[in-house]
Design a protein around this ligand. Structure first.
Ligand SMILES: Nc1ncnc2c1ncn2[C@@H]1O[C@H](COP(=O)(O)OP(=O)(O)O)[C@@H](O)[C@H]1O
Ligand SMILES: [Mg+2]
Length: 590
């Protein structure tokens, strides 16, 4: 059985180019990095590198013994002092550059996280959650490595190479030209390898994200896996992902292992060339032994930066790839929650005007929905499952926008009202009994403004109204009982009652209940329904009924079948006019 989960990954398979690099730099620059710190760090690097550049020059004097009296005790003390200061300065500027790097990463992660919290429901329908997580954690780590370790090395490397180049030109320009042969050689031999590795590692990132997405899904539905005895299947599926990652890893290793020996051989070649040519010049008497030694020391000084450059260019391509995905997420359209008017919707009627909706193009779920509710009314929705009732609630909650038609509050189309102000006035108890991990108290107060003080008395009151007081009291920690991830330690009915209590606490103008009392026994359902009735006074309530007994008293019942309203009326009216409703009633009410 080939059961494929979401293969709707955030992957853009395109070649990396200059444009990506520009985007990367713009992205880095847009984070809240301190430009003055960056500047100070760079100055520190320049100073330390400059000091290090002096070492071969001092050595040269030492060897050639031109002025032996140059090394007086005072001079030696001075040199030691300079070295100590140099070490301190180096440490300080390293720290500062790392700090800037961490600022960039913190900035990127904040951008991403804020973005993800503001993306519309549509986005979360589309992508596996584990994959998005991987984007926020793994992809930013790549950028972090680049910025915190490779970037400082690169900067000091550049300074060293430029410094060495000028000193050498000044010392002996012919020898310098011999060394420069290395540059085209490195470019021809190593650069294509670097490009290849960058592409492979991009593939690695994508595959890692897909893999994370899949295992996270399995882990979060561990019970389903167990009860379906799907462990062998999951084991195989995981192994496939692991194997794919293994193969990509091997491919990367193959190219990576070529780079070091290549660079090494190249460098040895250059050293042999320099010693040979230099020895010849020393023999000719054109060059001093001291100069040759200094030359070699400089050569050693640039070997390390040369290797870091290779790494840096590879890393920057990797990071550009990671940036692409980060930017993909950052480019997703946000929900404009704050845009629009603040409107008090108390006592406003709600009109659905010819509303149609589809999740996917050409697959209509709701068709020409048309109805009006008056403030304070209880409106119920009934009909076969899959008919579109929950979807209609999602439209009222404004998780999605209608494809055509509109919803109007009073005289104002809802799209002119700010989403934040709209949702604040709606209490929504959804079908899934969704819970956050944490305590009962945190779940009751979830989403309320930070500075709202809610007393225990108030919490107990709403808990009592929702028929939740009894079981909360029985927990050792009461309101502060931890309920596990997604409230796993509570029963479905308990979760539902906490959600209802939560809706009570928010004191909404519109209350929406999606089969909200479905997992209560009839005893507690009666009590919760009474509480609901009390709560409904003066506010509009939408109820999706799982049992007709809970909606007999509704002001209006809308029968939704296959995305269309096939009947509107009171229970009595529908009984006599709507055959399918009659059938429903006959099955359930006696
Ligand atoms: N997020 C979604 N993406 C795509 N299709 C969906 C989504 N949610 C529900 N549907 C589809 O919409 C239809 C109506 O579902 P729903 O509104 O949940 O019905 P009801 O609540 O009446 O049982 C179903 O055919 C379902 O497959
Ligand atoms: Mg439903």
């Amino acid at each position: 059985m080939q059961h494929d989960f979401m293969r709707n990954e955030l992957i853009v398979q395109k070649k990396l180019n200059k444009h990506d690099l520009k985007k990367f730099i713009r992205l880095i620059w847009s984070t809240d990095l301190s430009k003055s710190l960056l500047f100070i760090g760079l100055i520190g690097s320049v100073l330390t590198t400059a000091t290090q550049l002096m070492i071969p020059l001092v050595t040269q004097r030492f060897i050639d013994g031109v002025e032996l009296d140059f090394f007086t005790p005072k001079m030696i003390a001075g040199i030691i002092a300079v070295f100590v200061i140099q070490v301190l300065l180096d440490a300080m500027s390293n720290f500062i550059l790392h700090k800037v790097g961490h600022q960039v990463i913190a900035g990127l992660r904040s951008f991403l996280w804020k973005k993800v919290t503001r993306l519309p429901v549509k986005f979360f329908d589309q992508y596996a959650s584990g994959e998005v997580v991987s984007r926020i954690t793994n992809d930013t780590i790549i950028v972090q490595n680049l910025i915190t370790s490779f970037f400082p090395q690169f900067i000091t490397g550049v300074i060293t190479v430029i410094g060495v180049f000028f000193i050498l030109i000044f010392m002996d320009w012919q020898m310098t030209l011999v060394m420069l042969i290395a540059i085209p050689l490195v470019t021809i031999l190593v650069k294509p390898l670097g490009n290849k590795i960058a592409l492979i590692s991009k593939e690695m990132q994508d595959e890692t994200a897909v893999f994370s997405g899949k295992i996270q899904q399995t882990i979060s539905e561990a019970r389903l896996m167990k009860s379906s005895t799907a462990e062998p299947y999951e084991k195989e599926k995981g192994k496939r992902g692991i194997n794919r990652l293994y193969k990509i890893g091997l491919k990367e290793a193959r190219y990576m292992s070529l780079i070091a020996p290549l660079m090494y051989t190249l460098m040895m070649g250059i050293i042999v060339l320099v010693i040979g040519y230099g020895g010849y010049r020393v023999a000719q008497g054109v060059m001093s032994t001291g100069s040759l030694v200094a030359f070699l020391l400089y050569l050693f000084q640039v070997i390390f930066p040369a290797v870091t450059f290779m790494n840096f260019f590879m890393q920057i391509q990797k990071a550009a790839g990671a940036t692409n995905r980060i930017i993909d997420i950052l480019d997703e359209e946000e929900e404009p929650t704050e845009v629009g008017e603040e409107v008090d919707i108390t006592n406003l009627p709600l009109h659905f005007e010819n509303v149609s909706f589809e999740y996917t193009e050409g697959n209509p779920i709701l068709k020409n929905i048309q109805f009006t509710t008056n403030p304070g009314e209880k409106i119920a929705f009934a009909g076969p499952s899959g008919g579109g009732k929950t979807t209609l609630f999602a439209l009222i909650e404004r998780f999605y926008e209608p494809k055509s038609g509109q919803i109007i509050a009073g005289t104002i189309p809802v799209q002119d009202i700010s989403i934040a102000s709209w949702r604040r006035q709606i209490g929504y108890v959804s079908q899934e009994n969704a819970m956050m991990s944490g305590t009962i108290r945190e779940n009751l107060c979830y989403g309320l403004p930070k500075d709202t003080k809610i007393s225990d008395d108030e919490l107990w009151k709403v808990a009592e109204m929702a028929y939740a007081k009894g079981f909360i009291e029985s927990f050792p920690d009461g309101l502060d009982e931890r309920i596990g991830e997604r409230g796993i330690k509570l029963s479905g009915g308990q979760r539902q009652r906490i959600n209802i209590a939560r809706a009570f606490l928010r004191n909404p103008k519109i209350l929406m209940m999606d089969e909200a009392t479905a997992s209560l026994d009839s005893q507690s359902e009666r009590i919760v329904s009474q509480a609901l009735n009390k709560l409904m006074e003066g506010r509009t309530t939408f109820v999706i009924a799982h049992r007709l007994s809970t909606i007999i008293d509704a002001n209006k019942i809308l029968f939704i079948d296959n995305g269309e309203i096939t009947g509107i009326g009171t229970h009595e009216e529908l009984l006599s006019t709507h055959p399918m409703y009659g059938l429903f009633a006959k099955q359930q009410l006696n």
